[in-house]
Structures are given as C-alpha cells and as structure tokens.
Design a protein around this ligand. Structure first.
Ligand SMILES: *[C@@H]1O[C@H](CO)[C@@H](O)[C@H](O)[C@H]1NC(C)=O
Ligand SMILES: *[C@@H]1O[C@H](CO)[C@@H](O)[C@H](O)[C@H]1NC(C)=O
Ligand SMILES: *[C@@H]1O[C@H](CO)[C@@H](O)[C@H](O)[C@H]1NC(C)=O
Length: 397
C-alpha cells in the first residue's frame, strides 16, 4: 500500500502550497473495539511507515513508540516496529516556538522543559488519568492524510512525540496516541496551519461491531444532532453537568460529564456509582445470576450469544443536561466477555479523575460524537458506524 503511493509523493508535496478549499475534511477508518481490544485506533503513515494510534480526545500530544540511538525505547510493545528517527530528521528544538507552545498544551511536570544535557531536544512527559505515561522528545516528519471534498491524498510535515519510555511496559495493541484534545499545537492545529482543513472540528463514530471512522475538519453533519454548548472541564471536552437516570429514576446528584475517546469504559464518581450499582443489581436479581469474570468487576452468568439477547433485562440509562438528554441503551453500558458473560461496562472514576463522569468508548458506540471547536459546542446523534460506504473513494491525481 505504501509503495503504491511513493511515485507520486513528489507531486503531492506541491499540493501543500495550494489554497485551502472552502470546505475540506480528512477521514480515517478506525479499527479496534471496546472488548477485547479496548482501543479504537487509526493507522497513519508517518515517515512512510504504518503506525496504529489510539484516538484520544482526552489528551493533546500525538506520540509513537520510538527507537533513537541516544534513547532506546526500553520495551517497544506496539504491533509495528518502532519509529526510527535518523540524523537527517528534523529535531524540534527546545526553546523554539513549537516547543514552548507544546509545553502549554501538556499538564505541568517537574522536569525543566529544556534539559541541560540535551539543549537541542524538546523533551516531553505526559501522564494519563489511568496512570500510564510516555516520555520522549519531539521530532518532525511527514504524514499522509486523505482529504475529501475534493478528494486527494496529501503529505504534510508535523511535529509529534518520539516516545522513548512508556509505562507500564506491557503489550499494547497500539503504537502510540493521536492526541485530539483542544491543544494549540496538536495534530489538528497543525493540519489547519498547513491549510489541509479550515475548521477545527473533530468527530468519531465507533461501531458496536468494531471499527468505524474519525473525521477532522469541515464535515457535513447528519440531521438530528443534539448540541450542547462546549465547556472545558479539567482538560476535557464537556457538555456540562448531567443528571444520571436509570430507567426513570434519578441516581445521585448532577455531576460534570466529559467525553473521552481514549477511555474504554465509562467512569462514574463513587457516590453516584454505588447507587447505580445497587439499582442495576436489584433490577436484574430475579432473572440473572452473578458470576466472577476476570474481564470486569460486575458480571452476570451467560452464556449469551450476543448483547442483543440479554439487553432486554436491563433498563436504559440517560443523562439529562440543561437542554438535552443523552439516551444510553443497555448495549452502550454492557459488555459481553470472552466467556459470554454479560458485564457492566461502567466503573468507578479513579482518584485522579476526581468527581467527574467520563463517557468512554463503550457509551459512544454507534453514535457520531462531534467536538466543534469553531462554534464551541459538542454534539451527538445515533448512527450505524459500521459501514464505510460514505467514505468517497480517493482520486489519486
Ligand atoms: C533518513 O530519513 C530520510 C527521510 O525519511 C530518508 O530519506 C533517508 O533515506 C533516511 N536515511 C537513513 C540513513 O535511513
Ligand atoms: C517541520 O519541518 C517542516 C519542513 O522543514 C517545517 O515547515 C515545519 O514548520 C516543521 N514543523 C515543526 C513543528 O518543527
Ligand atoms: C490541551 O491543551 C489546551 C490548550 O493549551 C489546554 O487547555 C488543555 O488543558 C490541554 N489538555 C490536556 C489534557 O492537557
């Protein structure tokens, strides 16, 4: 696939000088699922090689596992060979504008941004709510993106993290993270700076059968989107505080809700969580039997051939906002495990997440979720995310 495109790279680079078309967006197919993979990811060609990157609307920095002569990535654990910058690759200097801006996008950390030993390197350290982290420095290389309306494949230079030290060191289905937060110098901002897109709008459609798609730019929204004013809450995209309902019953008090595509399950703060758990357990206690399954903490005994066959036993959830309601059918909070038991795909918010409700992938399945940074609003609409038919075919020049 990569080889197929190489003869036209030179030509395509010329496109970068073109004026932006009035409405353009990029669209990338997604792979992965909630269970057992636990990630939805894109495959991007960076420096001409493929990398699987977890799409994460909850963080800003894009990074991939990296092997550099001076800093070996200790255990590279992703599915592809790590990225290898070579001497001719452009390092992004510490102290430069990009590096200064990037540090504003990252949560503050102890290390001084410019290391005394490696003055030239723009170092980064990023730590996620789940406790995982990545350390490295910023490099600058090419990436291919498929642009639509009109469709073409273009190549741009972009700055990203060369991840030399990831914790914990264990196997991962992805090589790194595509940061889609509201960062000033993230991937989306760089697409815009290169005139590939004109609008900072991001959307994802995660299929309940796995896969789906991601778009960035000026996309034609389908009818019926529920919009809420966008708020920023603790670094995340938020439609504001929400009241949780189980069936028609109010559970706990209003909590701040955020969307985070980098989180597999949905997290609810402790007080609300325990009340919800009691309600769910009680409502199915006559028809289902509890079972221990290592996949998740709260499960009921199968075997069930599909979620469809058992979802009738569970009441739907809903989130009430000031002017909107988000309906959460049982299939958007339940997970079927390898042992065919059915489990609650809702967990208690970890300490680092404070009192917020994090809407993760499980609850965003078969929804088109839109983060509109232009009109400062977030939206969602039910959608079958499976088929990719609406991706127009790419016209290779
Ligand atoms: C270094 O990277 C550049 C750009 O990707 C490439 O053209 C060149 O062949 C590479 N050099 C080596 C020694 O790998
Ligand atoms: C990366 O290199 C390109 C080409 O030299 C340059 O236009 C761009 O500004 C650089 N980006 C960063 C983040 O250094
Ligand atoms: C991403 O960057 C924006 C703008 O610099 C900042 O407000 C936000 O808190 C950052 N998000 C994270 C997760 O650090």
């Amino acid at each position: 696939m990569a080889a197929m495109w190489s003869p036209i790279i030179g030509l395509l680079l010329l496109l970068l000088q073109l004026a932006p078309s009035s409405s353009s967006y990029i669209q990338l197919p997604l792979q992965g699922n909630v269970y057992p993979v636990g990630y939805f990811f894109v495959t991007m060609y960076i420096g001409g090689k493929p990398y699987s990157l977890d799409i994460d609307t909850g963080s800003n920095l894009t990074w991939l596992e990296c092997l550099h002569p001076n800093h070996q990535c200790k255990i590279c654990k992703g599915p592809h060979p790590p990225y290898r910058p070579n001497r001719s690759h452009k390092m992004v200097n510490c102290g430069g504008q990009f590096c200064t801006d990037l540090h504003k996008d990252l949560p503050p950390y102890q290390d001084p941004p410019c290391h005394a030993r490696q003055q030239h390197e723009c170092h980064y350290h990023v730590r996620y709510v789940e406790g995982t982290s990545s350390d490295g420095f910023i490099v600058n290389d090419t990436v291919f993106v498929d642009v639509f309306a009109p469709s073409k494949r273009v190549q741009i230079f972009f700055g990203f993290g060369c991840g030399c030290n990831q914790q914990p060191q264990k196997y991962s289905p992805v090589d790194g993270i595509l940061g889609l937060g509201m960062g000033k110098v993230g991937f989306v901002a760089q697409l815009k700076a290169h005139n590939v897109i004109t609008k900072d709008i991001i959307g994802h459609c995660l299929s309940i059968d796995g896969g789906g798609y991601l778009f960035i730019g000026d996309y034609n929204f389908p009818a019926g989107v529920s919009w809420a004013p966008m708020r920023k809450y603790s670094h995340y995209y938020s439609p504001g505080p929400a009241q949780l309902l189980f069936g028609r019953k109010k559970i706990g008090s209003k909590t701040m809700m955020v969307f985070d595509s980098g989180t597999t399950y949905t997290y609810i703060p402790d007080g609300v969580y325990s009340q919800l758990l009691a309600e769910v357990k009680q409502s199915v206690s006559r028809s289902l039997e509890r079972v221990t399954d290592q996949a998740l903490p709260v499960c009921w005994k199968g075997p069930f051939a599909s979620i469809q066959l058992v979802k009738g036993k569970f009441k739907p959830l809903a989130l009430e906002f000031t002017n909107q309601v988000m309906h959460i059918p049982p299939e958007n909070y339940l997970t079927l495990t390898q042992k065919k038991n059915v489990c609650l795909g809702i967990l208690q918010t970890p300490k680092a997440g404070g009192q917020m409700m994090i809407i993760g992938d499980v609850t965003m399945q078969d929804l088109l979720v839109i983060y509109d940074n232009v009109d400062k609003r977030v939206g969602w609409v039910s959608k079958q995310c499976k088929h990719n038919l609406e991706i127009p075919s790419i016209r290779a020049l």
